[in-house]
Design a protein around this ligand. Structure first.
Ligand SMILES: [Zn+2]
Length: 331
C-alpha cells in the first residue's frame, strides 16, 4: 500500500492516535526522551529512551520512574505502531525516533538534536528513510559550515600549548553533558595534565560506564591548577586571575561576535549539532514527502528546502497558519 504521510496525524511533537509525545518538557503518560539534555527531559508515566540515555537520566536527574529502555534498532509496539530508536550522533545515547504505522507502512522520523559528523564520545548516527520528517535546524543558515574535527582539534591543542608555554592555565568551556566530554577527547594524545569540574566528572563517569574511554583526568577542587588544562561548564564560576585564559567550544563560534558574547579569549566552532550542509544531507538521506523544521533557523531552513524542491514547513511561528492545521503546542 502506498503510505500517505498526511494520514499520520501529528500535532506539534504529539501523535494523538497513540498519545505519544516526543521530548515534551512536562510529564506525559507516554513519551520518548530523545536524549538527556535538560530541555528534552521530564518525568513521564512511561519514558521510552536508549540504554545510555536511561543511565544519564538516572545519574543526572535522579529519575526513578519507568523507562522503556530500547537498544538501537529494537522495535517497541504500541497499538499498531512500531517505535524504533536510531543513534542521532548528538551526545551519548541520543536517538532519532522512527515510527511506523503497521496498518499501511506510513513512516515518520523525528531527529531530536542530531549531527552527522562522527564523534569519539557517542554512537555513530544512523539515518532511516521516512515519509514524514521532523528535524531540528539549530544551524539552519548557509553560513554555518563547520571546520573539520581534526582542524578544530589541532587549533585547540595548539592554543592550550601556547597558553601553558606562557605560564598561563588554559580553561576550555563546554556544557557538562556532551560538549565537555568532546573537549576531553579533543585533548586525547596531547600529553596534557587535565582537571575537570566535578559536574563534568560525574557525567564522564556515566560515559565511562557505557564504554567511552577518556584521556586521564582529575577533578578540579582545591588542587594546584598550574600546568593543567581545565575543562569546566560555562555557567560554573571559573578561577579568576591573569594566569588563566579561557576559550569556549561552541558551534556559535562561527558568529563574528561569539568571542564577545562568550566573554572568552577564543571560541572554537565545534558543535554537537549538524551544520547547514549536513542538515541538507539529512533530508536527502531521509527522502521525506513532507518535512517539518523546529529549533533555531527553522523558518529559513524550511524555505531553503522548498527552494530545493522539497515540501517543508516549520513547526514554529507563522507557517503553522500557512498550513492551516491546528497544531497543539508542546508544553
Ligand atoms: Zn541536545
Amino acid at each position: 500500500m502506498n503510505p500517505d504521510p498526511s494520514l499520520i496525524p501529528i500535532s506539534k511533537l504529539h501523535l494523538p492516535e497513540i498519545d505519544l509525545w516526543l521530548d515534551p518538557t512536562r510529564g506525559k503518560p507516554l513519551a520518548v526522551i530523545s536524549h538527556a539534555h535538560s530541555d528534552h527531559v521530564a518525568s513521564h508515566g512511561r519514558a521510552i529512551c536508549s540504554v545510555a540515555t536511561s543511565a544519564l537520566l538516572r545519574a543526572r536527574y535522579g529519575q526513578k520512574g519507568e523507562h522503556v529502555v530500547l537498544e538501537f534498532g529494537e522495535a517497541y509496539e504500541v497499538d499498531g505502531y512500531r517505535i524504533e530508536l536510531q543513534p542521532a550522533g548528538h551526545i551519548l545515547g541520543s536517538a532519532m525516533v522512527h515510527v511506523t504505522r503497521l496498518l499501511d507502512g506510513a513512516t515518520l522520523l523525528y531527529t531530536g538534536d542530531f549531527k552527522l559528523r562522527s564523534s569519539p564520545t557517542c554512537e555513530a548516527p544512523r539515518v532511516k528513510p521516512a515519509d514524514l520528517l521532523i528535524m531540528e535546524t539549530t544551524f539552519g543558515l548557509p553560513r554555518y559550515v563547520f571546520p573539520s574535527y581534526s582542524a578544530i582539534q589541532e587549533q585547540v591543542v595548539r592554543w592550550c600549548r601556547a597558553a601553558l608555554e606562557n605560564g598561563q592555565v588554559p580553561i576550555l568551556q563546554g556544557y557538562s553533558l556532551g560538549k565537555a566530554q568532546e573537549i576531553l577527547q579533543l585533548l586525547q594524545g596531547g600529553g596534557f595534565k587535565i582537571l575537570v569540574h566535578e559536574t563534568v566528572g560525574r557525567i564522564c563517569a556515566v560515559y565511562e560506564s557505557q564504554g567511552v574511554v577518556f584521556p586521564e583526568y582529575g577533578i578540579l577542587k582545591e588542587r594546584e591548577t598550574q600546568g593543567h588544562v581545565l575543562v569546566i561548564p560555562p555557567n560554573a564560576s571559573s578561577p579568576l586571575g591573569s594566569q588563566f585564559v579561557a576559550a569556549m567550544i561552541s558551534g556559535w563560534g562561527m558568529d563574528p561576535r561569539a568571542r564577545y558574547r562568550s566573554r572568552t579569549e577564543e571560541v572554537f566552532p565545534l558543535s554537537d549539532h549538524a551544520d547547514y550542509p549536513d542538515l541538507v544531507k539529512l533530508v536527502e538521506m531521509v527522502r521525506p514527502r513532507v518535512t517539518y523544521t523546529t529549533h533555531g533557523f527553522a523558518a529559513e531552513f524550511a524555505r531553503d528546502l522548498r527552494e530545493r524542491g522539497w515540501t517543508a514547513w516549520t513547526l514554529e511561528g507563522r507557517d503553522q497558519l500557512d498550513l492551516g492545521l491546528a497544531f497543539e503546542q508542546s508544553s
